[in-house]
Design a protein around this ligand. Structure first.
Ligand code: NDP
Length: 320
């Protein structure tokens, strides 16, 4: 069984930055990339808020650069999803099916994934008119009517982006007030081809049999009235779920499932560190994820060299 000083799970900006720092500290980190290698930036087009790129950089190109940079300093990569971790005692066992690794420190950078509606049909029509990423798929709906589900900043951002491509964008929200920040609300509401359907839930997305989206079946939650909205595309912008299933019962988490960290990147288990969106439900930016990846690598390095001062995690209660 391969034994490692540092194993990093996840390869978004947090995981790759942790890999860069750990590699430069000569810790020869092993990065388990996951099936969705590169994280959420692989689903974006132009990234304009990553410092140092005056004209922006494509998300996948940025991730390729970060990966190559970490690799140049000796980070090792393997593909595949981790199937189990045992955090009960160090060294920690990390399993990928039947293959096992032992880690003296672990950096968890498994990120977060977009939420779906739980209708069933939305996943069946994914890539056939249903999307969770306007910047990835908006172009396919040029000159067509689309809908956006949700009332937060993600939904507003998607609607604003789509308004430049689609003929019309109908934002469907389950309440009569938006959760989005004032500035995003004002911007979305000022765009003529964005309209809002309040107090409305989606009952069905048609038409699975045809393998394409043709309309939404809706219900007004106040009046109970049902209606059908003809559209060609629907974008689900109802938030994200942290990828923490593997750590349930082993690490302290917030009520919303995000990992709790304290004193930098420490989790409730000594020697296990967390970085990026898996522990951040507030900022959720590529650059903040990268920054926290750097912190996790420095914390892991200090832990291994015995210079990470002990700090009680007693206040962090592990969720069952
Ligand atoms: P939020 O949790 O803020 O919003 C989710 C929205 O989806 C809410 O309006 C919620 O309704 C609705 N919703 C949730 N579940 C369902 C469901 N099952 N069916 C229908 N509607 C549902 O998530 P966001 O992703 O929008 O934002 C997360 C964080 O990221 C926020 O802090 C936000 O500020 C930030 N962000 C910032 C951006 C920016 O500044 N450019 C861009 C994107 C995100 P309800 O309101 O009723 O709960």
């Amino acid at each position: 069984m391969s034994e490692r000083q540092v194993i990093i799970i996840g390869s978004g900006p947090a995981g790759l930055t942790a890999a860069l720092y750990a590699a430069r500290a000569n810790l020869k980190p092993l990065v388990i990339e996951g099936i969705d290698a590169g994280g959420q930036l692989m689903l974006t087009t132009m990234v304009e808020n990553w410092p140092g790129y005056r004209d922006g950089i494509m998300g996948p190109d940025l991730m390729a650069e970060l990966r190559a940079q970490a690799e140049r300093f000796g980070a090792e990569f393997i593909q595949g999803d981790v199937t189990a971790v045992d955090l009960s005692k160090p060294p920690f066992n990390v399993s990928l099916g039947k293959t096992n690794y032992l880690a003296h420190t672990l950096i968890l950078a498994t990120g977060a994934s977009a939420k779906w509606l739980d209708l069933g049909v939305d996943k069946k029509l994914s890539g056939r008119g249903v999307s969770t990423c306007a910047t990835c798929d908006g172009f396919f709906f040029k000159g067509l009517p689309v809908a956006v589900i949700g009332g937060g900043d993600t939904a507003m951002e998607e609607a604003i982006y789509l308004s430049k491509l689609a003929t019309s964008v109908t934002v469907i929200h389950r309440r009569d007030t938006l959760r989005a920040s004032k500035v995003m609300q004002d911007k979305a509401m000022s765009i003529p081809n964005i309209s809002f359907l309040w107090d409305t839930e989606v009952l069905d997305i048609k038409d699975v049999d045809k393998g394409a989206v043709s309309s939404l079946v809706l219900r007004n939650l106040k009046t109970g009235e049902r209606s059908e909205l003809p559209i060609d595309g629907v974008f689900i912008g109802i938030g994200h779920t942290p990828n923490t299933v593997l750590f349930k019962g082993q690490l302290a988490m917030h009520d919303n499932g995000y990992l709790k960290t304290h004193d930098g990147s420490r989790t409730s288990v000594s020697g296990v560190f967390a970085a990026g969106d898996v522990q951040d439900h507030v900022y959720r930016q590529a650059v903040t994820a990268a920054g926290s990846g750097c912190m996790a690598a420095i914390d892991a390095e200090r832990f291994l060299s015995g210079t990470l001062h002990d700090s009680s995690a007693a206040h962090l209660v592990t969720n069952s």
